[in-house]
Ligand binder design. Structure first.
Ligand code: NAD
Length: 254
């Protein structure tokens, strides 16, 4: 097992990539702290892990709210004693060209996707500094590097997460804390299905168009990203520091 007894906090772990990662991390021996806004789906994720012999607990918190995140981290430390891996996965979509966006829409995407990386990191890092070890995985996206139509706010957040990852890595390298970023391409999750349904008259045609941008002509699965997250969490990636890891079917070359 590659993550034996590593205490791992995954934000937004009740759905999609976060949920797949929670299941895979537990299979690899981690104790998984499942965070989400959605308590019903979060508890379902924990029940699935426990049913297959894994170890997990659910902690509800809104990653944009400092009091909520601080209480979550304090509870995690009280129950588990340490946090070895923080996977800042929670995120929301933002659709529209810049001039179409209302300031409130812009602020909401910034808040979940950037503040939602800042706050869990802010409260977990002092514990990792005291331990002198830790792996932080930040969820960026290949959209940080390629232009996609009508995704201005979302792209801005994922570019910021990539820059933040490098900056964090420099600040915490001397504490043996590694900070790396995942850059998925299009992965079929509820997040993407919802985006397709609300943005296109013909979601099937939109999926075909997205597939045609991939070198392999297929979209990714949540498990594809979860495997990469396990690698970044594990000691197998010990020489990766501040790195962007692409899981995108070659879309950045398309
Ligand atoms: P998803 O919608 O299936 O899951 C996201 C989860 O985050 C949900 O369970 C949701 O309740 C939770 N969440 C949202 N706001 C939250 C908050 N304020 N506090 C706590 N939890 C919150 O999405 P997904 O497709 O699995 O995406 C996960 C991450 O991967 C996101 O950061 C997304 O931007 C990123 N990503 C996704 C894709 C893709 O194609 N699906 C591609 C690149 C990057």
């Amino acid at each position: 097992m590659r993550l034996q007894n590593k205490v791992t906090l995954i934000t937004g772990a009740a759905s999609g990539i976060g949920k797949s990662s929670a299941l895979l991390f537990a299979q690899e021996g981690a104790f998984v702290i499942v965070n989400d806004l959605d308590a019903v789906k979060g508890e379902e994720t924990v029940a699935e892990i426990q049913a297959s012999g894994g170890k997990a607990l659910f902690l509800q918190a809104d990653v944009t709210n400092p009091d909520s995140v601080k209480a979550m981290v304090e509870s995690a430390i009280a129950q588990c004693g340490r946090i070895d891996v923080l996977f800042n996965n929670a995120g929301i979509s933002g659709v529209g060209a810049l001039h179409e966006l209302e300031p409130e829409q812009w602020d909401r995407v910034m808040s979940v996707n950037i503040r939602g990386v800042f706050l869990p990191s802010k409260y977990v890092i002092p514990h990792m500094m005291a331990q002198r070890s830790g792996s932080i995985i930040n969820m960026s996206s290949c959209i940080a590097e390629i232009g996609l139509a009508r995704r201005a706010s979302y792209a801005a957040t994922k570019g910021a997460v990539l820059a933040l990852t490098k900056s964090m890595q420099v600040d915490y390298a001397s504490y043996q804390i590694r900070v790396n970023a995942l850059l998925p391409g299009t992965i079929l999750t509820p997040f993407v299905e919802n985006y397709l349904k609300t943005s296109y008259d013909d979601p099937e045609a939109a999926i075909a168009s997205l597939k045609s941008r991939q070198l392999g002509n297929e979209l990714g699965t949540p498990e594809d990203v979860a495997q990469a997250a396990v690698f970044l969490a594990s000691d197998e990636s010990k020489f990766m520091m501040g790195s962007p890891l692409y899981i995108d079917g070659g879309v950045v070359f398309g």
